[in-house]
Design a protein around this ligand. Structure first.
Ligand SMILES: N[C@@H](CCC(=O)N[C@@H](CS)C(=O)NCC(=O)O)C(=O)O
Length: 251
């Protein structure tokens, strides 16, 4: 995938989308997949994972990814505002369910899984602490992710339990589904988020998702911390990947 430098992208018209390059970063992968499914065109812009990304910060105010900038509107970085933008600009069936009860359920579940302080945020603290307190303290001096995502030894110590609580509830919720989809009987954004974020629970094989060895090691660690995960949730994400998304994943 070709990425434009933020300096080149900032004066272009249309939608510019900053994405973490070179890794299957799930927030970036989901934003891309949502825009692709909604047939919204965008210019991919380079964000370097764990980098300072000065030019991106200067332009958008954000260091991490994804960041969606449409025309001269304010940059959007949160999953829900990017999803709402895709719904507004795109076409085809909505990825936010039409039914109000299902829509509320979908937004609440997505927030538990990928919102600030949710499952992914907790598991990220677990993964950032993989090498132990001393190495984490050293890494924090060069890697801005530690400060940005609230890493501390105290936060890491409680993170796995908080994450497991959410995952147990999510497994129970997903087990009640009546179709291949997590909400109702059609594709919603939650299926797309889960397809990418579920790598924290169980990675995809290398032929479906090649990834840097360090990242695979982190994911294998998170999977072990979570006890390998619920087979039903993994089958569900595999079905969504096979039927609605493109394998192998490209980034
Ligand atoms: N702003 C996003 C979260 C974005 C996020 O956590 N991005 C991470 C994971 S893809 C990232 O950019 N990581 C690499 C980095 O921080 O440099 C949201 O609130 O929905």
């Amino acid at each position: 995938m070709d990425y434009l430098d933020p300096v080149e992208a900032r004066d272009l018209p249309g939608l510019r989308l900053a994405l973490t390059a070179g890794a299957p970063a799930p927030y970036s992968m989901s934003a891309r997949a949502i825009l692709d499914i909604k047939e919204v065109e965008y210019v991919p812009v380079l964000q370097q994972g764990a980098g300072r990304n000065e030019a991106l910060v200067e332009w958008t105010g954000h260091r991490n990814a994804p960041v969606a900038v449409y025309e001269d509107e304010a940059p959007r970085a949160g999953w829900l505002e990017i999803l709402n933008l895709a719904e507004r600009l795109g076409r085809g069936p909505g990825l936010l369910p039409e039914d109000i009860d299902l829509r509320m359920l979908m937004v609440a579940w997505t927030n538990e899984l990928i919102g600030e302080g949710g499952w992914v945020w907790q598991m990220r603290l677990v993964m950032l602490g993989l090498a132990g307190p001393e190495k984490a303290a050293q890494a924090a001096t060069r890697n801005p992710m530690y400060a940005q995502y609230g890493y501390s030894e105290a936060a890491r110590e409680t993170a796995a339990d908080k994450a497991k609580l959410i995952m147990d509830k999510f497994s129970a919720f997903a087990a009640q589904r009546k179709s291949h989809y997590l909400i109702g009987d059609s594709l919603s954004a939650l299926d797309i988020y889960w397809a990418f974020f579920s790598q924290i629970l169980k990675t995809l094989p290398d032929d479906q998702c090649p990834m840097p060895a360090g990242l695979r090691k982190s994911y294998d660690y998170s999977s072990a911390v979570l006890g390998g995960g619920d087979a039903g949730l993994i089958e569900q994400r595999d079905w969504i990947l096979q039927n609605h998304l493109r394998l192998p994943l490209k980034f």
